[in-house]
Design a protein around this ligand. Structure first.
Ligand code: SIN
Length: 362
């Protein structure tokens, strides 16, 4: 038989249970989160707006400020004590080496503070993988750094920015993300900075690590990790950008049928200190381009053979005699990430053997 309990009796029972230590004084779900996460906003579609709710292309990126991004997701307050800083407000195709240096210095300064537990960086998706890898090489902390973007502007039906931002803050506030290197999250997935790439112009599942695999998922307000990269990152790299205001000029030349040496020669004449050759197949060199690459190397320009296919190891001494030509191979780094590693390598040395070691280390 159901016997109603008066509210006074219920209070008395609860007080007794509290005294007996069987009920926590504050339920975990009600407690203020203890982790402090700073959101550094740089622009992109996650801060973009369109003319109508069905505008998912042809919108304007980088229009909404960090305060509005945070206000739009009140649930953030449940997972971390959040502060926001507007570092830039740009579409990410305009990201420069100087932006990266400014951003990395700010990240390192914040992470050195005891009252910052993690950083989230909101970013356009077009060059997000590059910024993530740059930070992976130069951030000097084990604390979580998470890059996040969105494939749809905030004004769109089913905008992905709010849930992606929530997941990013959750991840940056988590113990699980400590020491994993710089992370990227969109679409409930956790990707590693070294190997993730944007694979689709517009779909929500654009960010992938096709062959080496993503690191994990975020589900039910919790990150789950399954893989980590064996490559060194963050506190284990030899790169220090704290005193740098610029990076050596490194450019990419693309391989394709009927290619000639015009672009390559122009870049070398414009002062490139390094060239990433995004060759066809296993980084093959067309016979019309190879003499210019050889000549550039003899002038002191560092040459890295990478591959436009985006997956797989570029074999040293495979499609070219790298030992004889004094070239470097990119290992599995795609051309845009090979450019970053070569720029950082050139801040330390111009010895091609040392630089090859770095490409096999990071
Ligand atoms: C950008 O990269 O800034 C624009 C595209 C995007 O964020 O998805």
């Amino acid at each position: 038989m159901f016997v109603p309990i008066s509210s006074r009796l219920m209070s008395a029972l609860c007080a007794l249970a509290l005294l007996a230590g069987t009920v926590p004084a504050v339920r975990a779900a009600d407690a203020a989160p203890t982790a402090h996460v700073t959101i550094l906003a740089t622009g992109g579609t996650i801060a973009g707006s369109g003319a109508t709710s069905t505008t998912t292309v042809g919108y304007t990126a980088a229009t909404v400020g960090v305060d509005r991004l945070i206000q739009a997701v009140p649930e953030l307050a449940k997972v971390a004590q959040v502060k926001g800083e507007q570092v830039f407000q740009i579409a990410s195709e305009n990201m420069t080496n100087e932006h990266w240096l400014t951003l990395a210095k700010r990240v390192n300064t914040l992470l050195a503070q005891p009252d910052v537990d993690g950083i989230v960086i909101t970013h356009g998706t077009d060059t997000l993988e590059e910024t993530a890898f740059f930070l992976d090489m130069v951030v000097k902390s084990n604390k979580p750094v998470v890059l996040v973007g969105a494939m749809r502007p905030g004004t769109a039906l089913s905008a992905d920015g709010p849930i992606n931002l929530y997941n990013a803050v959750l991840l940056a506030a988590s113990k699980e993300a400590i020491g994993k290197g710089v992370l990227v999250t969109l679409n409930d997935q956790i990707q590693g900075a070294r190997d993730v790439t944007k694979t689709n112009t517009s779909t929500l599942d654009s960010f992938k690590t096709p062959e080496l695999g993503m690191l994990g998922y975020i589900q039910g307000n919790k990150p789950y990790f399954y893989h980590v990269s064996t490559r060194k990152h963050t506190v284990d790299t030899e790169f220090d950008i704290s005193k740098l205001d610029s990076l050596p000029q490194v450019d990419i030349v693309y391989g394709y049928a009927n290619v000639g040496p015009v672009a390559l020669n122009a870049l070398v004449a414009a002062g490139a200190k390094g060239i990433i050759h995004a060759g066809v197949g296993d980084g093959s060199l067309a016979s019309k381009v190879a003499p210019s690459l050889t000549a550039a190397r003899k002038q002191g320009v560092l040459i890295v053979r990478s591959a436009r296919v985006g997956q797989g190891i570029v074999a040293r001494n495979g499609e070219a005699n790298d030992d004889a030509l004094d070239f470097v191979v990119s290992d599995t780094l795609n051309p845009q990430k090979a450019r970053i590693l070569l720029m950082l390598a050139l801040t330390k040395t111009s010895d091609s053997k040392e630089i090859q070691r770095m490409f096999y280390t990071y």
